[in-house]
Design a protein around this ligand. Structure first.
Ligand SMILES: NC(=O)c1ccc[n+]([C@@H]2O[C@H](COP(=O)([O-])OP(=O)(O)OC[C@H]3O[C@@H](n4cnc5c(N)ncnc54)[C@H](O)[C@@H]3O)[C@@H](O)[C@H]2O)c1
Length: 507
């Protein structure tokens, strides 16, 4: 499931942070060629770096660096340790990291001072304090940061390797991004994915649980909290976020992290997509539903009083970070809600998920990876929902309407669970699928403790809510139904009487 692709791995950072040591160890373990850019320059110039500085000047050295960046960026499968100043240049940085994993090694100034003591051969070492301050912002623009204090070179190398191996790449028309699996993400200090200015958007519940951890793992300039609940996934909350972004000084080079479930991800993502015509956005999903579904695929948005997700945008995250350990604090009911989307993915394309579902806590690692892979395959094939991406709405036409009619008292996942059963019942009623499919789907949904019946909701009210669904084109009903497991089909123009009969049965 996890892949090591051939993107270059680029290790940079201030002088004396161990770039070469770590780079060599990474290259050795992965069996990749290792390039130390300073060594290449020395070799080509036929003299040491202090000699280049003394005889040709720093400008000549920087030009050699620029030429080398252009050359290396064309190649694949390398592990590259750069000179400390190479990626301070924005063009070098952009070119080198365009399709590479970039890591910046960090150390506190006192540590650097101690490491530099007595060293020779670094022409700029005498000036290091000034340079440290001067380069700080440029280093912040490297996507991944690793603190090097109290860690061996091997430990740091292992962290780099885990990061690049344990990920799924998502290809989009705007470039690709990675979904990283990092079970130590929230517990570790200094593993920071950051930009010049970074704000975390989270909600009040998660802020109480994770504020202190967020401070040291993400190292943000601001933590902005929104109220907890679907009822706050609104334009009013987005407007409040814009205000907080301005207050925090976020500009076009800043990044917004969404740390939360689907509500935080959708709302913060929409704010990031529209603030200053769009700034970078990183998803750190904390609910199972957000991990397997909402954080992947680039759909962000908010609800209107008239219906769910009626305002939104496509905004691809820069990266998605999945730390399965944050699920330890997720309430049991929310686990089950996330499992509703997992079951949906199982019904759409991966029946193994349906076998794993009853024992979901024990199988969670495999479940998350398999369910994400289903979503990735669909969104890669149809990034803007022109065709098969609509299959991901299986159970959602019913589900959204149930949520809405309940005034959002029924959570999204529970509504989707009922919606999946309703979709199977409607498929059977229309003679599209084996007659025992509804019973099977009900068994899987009910088997994990999700409700299987709607209760006392009025079918007419639910039908009315469905007809505001944005997927109903020109007022014509539109459902994703099943011809069998793994065989979704979009069906339009289903007679109202059939839908009402199904809703009656679901009461
Ligand atoms: N953008 C998409 O592609 C997409 C796809 C599916 C669903 N969604 C949207 O996602 C939303 C539902 O997401 P959700 O189910 O994550 O709801 P949610 O964001 O409301 O989270 C559910 C509850 O769990 C809490 N929570 C989350 N993580 C926690 C943790 N680690 N520890 C303790 N509590 C935690 C939250 O505070 C909240 O109370 C809906 O708005 C839905 O429309 C979007």
């Amino acid at each position: 499931m996890t892949t090591l692709n051939d993107r270059n791995i680029v290790i940079t950072g201030f002088m004396a942070t161990g770039k070469t040591t770590v780079g060599k160890l990474v290259a050795e373990k992965l069996g990749r060629p290792f390039i130390d850019t300073d060594d290449v320059i020395v070799q080509r110039a036929g003299k040491s770096i202090p000699e280049i500085f003394a005889q040709d000047g720093e400008a000549a050295f920087r030009q050699m660096e620029r030429d080398l960046v252009q050359e290396l960026a064309q190649q694949r499968g390398l592990v590259i340790a750069t000179g400390g100043g190479m990626l301070v240049d924005p063009v070098n940085r952009e070119t080198m990291l365009k399709s590479a994993y970039g890591f910046c090694l960090e150390a506190e100034p006192e540590e650097i001072e101690a490491r530099l003591a007595g060293e020779t051969g670094r022409p700029l070492a005498g000036n290091w304090r000034y340079l440290y301050e001067q380069r700080r912002d440029a280093y912040k623009a490297i996507p991944n940061h690793i603190g090097t204090q109290r860690q061996t070179g091997q430990e740091i190398a292992d962290r780099v390797i885990r990061h690049v191996i344990d990920c799924i790449d998502v290809r989009t028309p705007e470039g690709s991004y990675a979904i990283h699996f990092d079970p130590q993400f929230i517990q570790s200090d200094f593993t920071i994915y950051r930009r010049k200015l970074a704000a975390v958007v989270t909600n009040t519940t998660l802020d109480k649980l994770y504020n202190i951890r967020l401070q040291s793992s993400l190292y943000p300039d601001a933590i902005i909290t929104i109220l907890d609940g679907e009822q706050y996934k609104t334009l009013e909350t987005v407007a409040a976020l814009y205000g907080e972004f301005v207050k925090a000084g976020l500009d076009r080079s800043s990044v917004v992290y969404a740390f939360g479930g689907g509500v935080v991800g959708d709302t913060a993502g929409f704010a990031a997509a529209t603030y200053m015509r769009g700034i970078d956005f990183i998803q750190v999903p904390t609910s199972l539903l957000a991990m397997v579904d909402s954080s992947v695929g680039g759909k962000v948005g908010v609800d209107l009083p008239q219906g769910k997700n009626l305002v939104g945008a496509f905004k691809q995250p820069q990266v998605v970070i999945i730390d399965v350990n944050v699920l330890n604090t997720l309430p049991e009911r929310e686990w089950r809600c996330g499992m509703a989307e997992v079951i949906k993915h199982g019904l759409l394309a991966d029946p193994v998920l349906l076998d794993l579902a009853p024992n979901y806590r024990a199988n969670i690692d495999e479940i998350i990876r398999r369910a994400i892979q289903v979503k990735v395959d669909v969104v890669e094939a149809d990034p803007y929902e022109k065709g098969i991406r609509a299959h991901l709405n299986l159970g959602h036409t019913f589900g959204h309407a149930i949520e809405q009619v309940s005034g959002y008292a029924v959570p999204h996942g529970e509504a989707v669970g009922m919606g999946l059963i309703a979709a199977a019942v409607l498929s059977a009623r229309l003679g599209m699928c084996p007659a025992d499919l509804p019973e099977y789907v009900e068994g899987v949904v009910g088997g994990i403790g999700l409700p299987t019946r709607m209760g006392d909701f009025d079918p007419e009210a639910i039908y009315a809510a469905m007809s505001t669904d944005k997927k109903w084109q020109s007022g014509q009903s539109r459902f994703v139904l099943l011809e069998g497991i793994g065989k979704p089909k979009i069906v339009t123009g289903v007679p109202k009487s059939d839908v009402l009969a199904v809703l009656e049965q679901m009461k």
